[in-house]
Design a protein around this ligand. Structure first.
Ligand code: IVH
Length: 665
């Protein structure tokens, strides 16, 4: 046998054993025999380095430590899911779809909502070429080197049907058993333990030294695709089947439901299986199975209308309320915070819980010394539900509202209802500034890496920074004066600040911290207006045309931009070198797609349609070939339609055009 075929066979054998061991969980050889095969491969490759391929099982670990993670944009946005928490709202979701699609014409694919982190794997001609975190949905971080170490993820797709190019989406998780082993080891070595399996999975994946990722036994389940060229799917179930055939792990609890009852039972059954699963789930995900029906339903801003996460109620636990303190937020609101005796709930240790405002404290009648019921779900801030009155000790005390701001000792204004307290010192209150700067640098805002809470606190304490704009005037020398800040970290921090200067308009608006303008609203504003000046000049009536923007938010936006203080701050940021550019939320979502347009359309000229698709990144060509992904077919179509039908190209007719395009806004 020639060396090349020997190498080929060894690699195929190892891939097959990896697949059986990691994906099927049914190994057929002993570990020692597997090691022998791997040794044989390594020896042969060492003799013939010119024959080493990127997809060889020997190429999973790289010796190099990475310097950082580069941004990587997704071919198609990675959306999130709308949530519901009870039978009624799930029923509403179901009925709305039934009305839209017609009873009996569709089914629901059901699967667990995995509690991990979403990643996007890109395979070109069957080879894993890159992997990225979800990030903000448009782009994430390049974690290719780390993902390559995960033996559950094939470097090369199995089976004969190999697509030209495909993005495969799924969840990286850490099993509970792996989590326990890892935490026990951390404890043993005197290191910090992880709060929950999801944090452990995220921390293990985002390691600059991928050897650490390799040691952390991470698992993966595939549940979707993004851009797909050279393959299309009729149903979600068919797609999952194909993913499994390619050698990707697909969750075994995925199934189909024909009606509302079946879906409700799936949700209940899954809940009863939950305690015995070796991985965390926080609900069931339901997706319309038929891909053409999915397209018909389209998307809202950030989530598809064809899917929903039906979540399990948040976990509750009892613990002692040791104290109630007050803290000031970035807008000056002063809120009571419960200090709790540490308790494990909803997958994490909880020591603090929000009490929202004084009214809440009175309404719930929680007192210091009470045993209280606390609730925590996912990443939501833990919440005190109520005291357990039978356990109330005689000395349990009502909390006394503060007379001065807990941060700057400034005067407090009490709002009309007597329950909402506000620190009026604005910029002069370090607590408010801390909140504002933390928000400004956060991941969805200016995304300044390495500027954690502690450093922000120190920068404020040392008076190096007062307002967000001051960050842009820091230099390596001034930063290096901070405690425990080495030269290298100082240089990295300054570089990260420098890099944050060019930012998308949506992020910039979000970073401003306008009351009640969250990330989604900020991006909608950016998409609607396209530039900041137009938003600054808009009146409430225009603002209210935007999804999500009601009277209150519109008024907040107008009064924010009417305030000279904020206007000056924006100018100052600009003078410091901050620039913003507009990028549409779903920009380039047709990237790489090859489209042919034929026939006449009622609402578009051919030129308009071509431009629309090209702006989103598609290639529009004149003739249909095997490479064509989609034919947009209007009335009076001729030979292009016949040819597309013959080759089996996806055809979008006039009546489906809107829903097709709505996927790629
Ligand atoms: S599908 C277009 N399926 O939930 C639909 N997501 O809230 C997008 N997740 O970022 C994702 N289990 O991290 C899908 N079976 C599942 C999932 C799942 C967990 C996570 C995923 C996503 C988030 C959306």
């Amino acid at each position: 046998m020639g060396v090349e075929s020997e190498l080929y066979q060894l690699r195929e054998q190892i891939r097959d054993h990896d697949y059986r061991y990691y994906v099927l969980d049914e190994p057929i050889i002993a570990d020692s025999d597997y090691d022998k095969l791997m040794q044989a491969l390594l020896i042969l490759e060492a003799k013939h380095p010119e024959l080493v391929t990127r997809d060889s099982p020997s190429q999973r670990v790289s010796g190099m430590v990475q310097e950082g993670f580069q941004p990587m944009s997704h071919g198609r946005p990675m959306l999130s899911l709308d949530n519901c928490f009870d039978k009624d709202s799930f029923q509403t979701f179901y009925q709305r779809i039934d009305e839209k699609l017609g009873s009996g014409t569709w089914t629901l694919a059901a699967e667990p909502k995995l509690d991990g982190l979403a990643v996007n794997l890109t395979y070109e001609k069957g080879q894993l070429v890159s992997a990225a975190t979800r990030g903000d949905g448009q782009s994430g971080e390049d974690i290719s080197t780390n993902v390559r170490t995960m033996r559950v993820i094939p470097l090369k797709l199995r089976s004969q049907v190999i697509p030209e190019y495909i993005e495969i989406r799924g969840e990286v998780i850490m099993t509970l058993s792996a989590f326990n082993v890892l935490n026990a080891r951390c404890l043993d070595q005197g290191q910090k333990t992880f709060v929950n399996p999801r944090n452990a999975a995220a921390g293990s994946l985002r390691q600059l030294d991928a050897n650490i990722t390799a040691e952390r036994s991470l698992h993966f389940f595939a549940y979707g695709v993004g851009v797909a060229k050279g393959i299309s799917f009729v149903t979600h179930a068919q797609m999952l089947e194909q993913l499994a055939q390619w050698g990707l792990p697909v969750n075994q609890l995925s199934t189909l439901c024909k009606n509302l009852n079946e879906a409700e039972s799936y949700y209940q059954d899954l809940a009863s299986k939950r305690p015995s699963l070796d991985y965390g789930i926080d609900g069931a995900v339901f997706k319309i199975n038929e891909v053409d029906k999915q397209a018909k339903l389209g998307y809202t801003g950030r989530a598809p209308r064809y899917a929903i996460a039906y979540k399990y109620p948040a976990e509750e636990a009892q613990t002692l309320l040791e104290n109630i303190s007050f803290q000031v937020g970035r807008s000056g609101a002063i809120t009571p915070v419960a200090k709790l005796k540490s308790v494990f709930v909803g997958g994490a240790n909880v020591q603090h819980a929000s009490l929202h405002n004084l009214h809440e404290v009175h309404r719930k009648d929680v007192r210091v010394g009470d045993t209280v019921l606390v609730r925590r779900a996912g990443d939501v801030i833990p919440e005190v539900i109520r005291p357990i009155l039978s356990l109330r000790p005689p000395h349990a005390e009502h909390v006394k509202p503060p007379t001065h701001c807990p941060s700057c000792q400034g005067k407090i204004a009490i709002k009309d209802d007597g329950m909402h307290m506000l620190c009026l010192r604005g910029d002069a209150c370090s607590g408010q500034m801390l909140g504002q700067i933390k928000h400004f640098v956060s991941r969805k805002a200016m995304n300044i890496d390495g500027l954690g809470d502690k450093i922000v606190q120190m920068l404020l304490a040392e008076s190096l920074v007062r307002r967000p704009v001051d960050l842009y005037y820091l230099n390596e020398n001034s930063v290096a004066t901070l405690p425990r800040m080495g030269e290298l970290s100082a240089a990295n921090l300054i570089q990260a600040i420098e890099q944050s200067k060019a930012v998308s308009l949506g992020r910039f608006i979000y970073a401003l911290g306008i009351p009640e303008v969250g990330w989604a609203t900020a991006n909608q504003l950016a998409n609607y207006f396209g530039d900041l000046q137009a938003i600054m000049e808009a009146d409430t009536a225009i603002l209210e045309r935007i999804n999500d923007v009601g009277e209150v938010v519109a008024a907040n936006i107008v009064s924010y931009f009417a305030d000279d203080l904020y206007k000056d701050h924006i100018v100052a940021l600009q003078q410091a070198g901050v620039t913003w550019h507009h990028e549409h939320m779903h920009d380039r979502s047709m990237l790489g797609m090859r489209i042919v347009i034929t026939g006449k359309f009622a609402n578009f000229s051919r030129e308009e349609l071509t431009e629309h698709c090209e702006v989103l990144g598609a290639k529009v060509s004149c003739s249909v070939s095997k490479k064509t992904d989609v034919l947009l077919c209007g009335e009076d179509a001729g030979s292009k339609l016949t040819k597309a039908q013959k080759i089996g190209v996806q055809i979008i007719s006039q009546e489906n055009l809107d829903s097709f395009l709505s996927q790629y806004r």
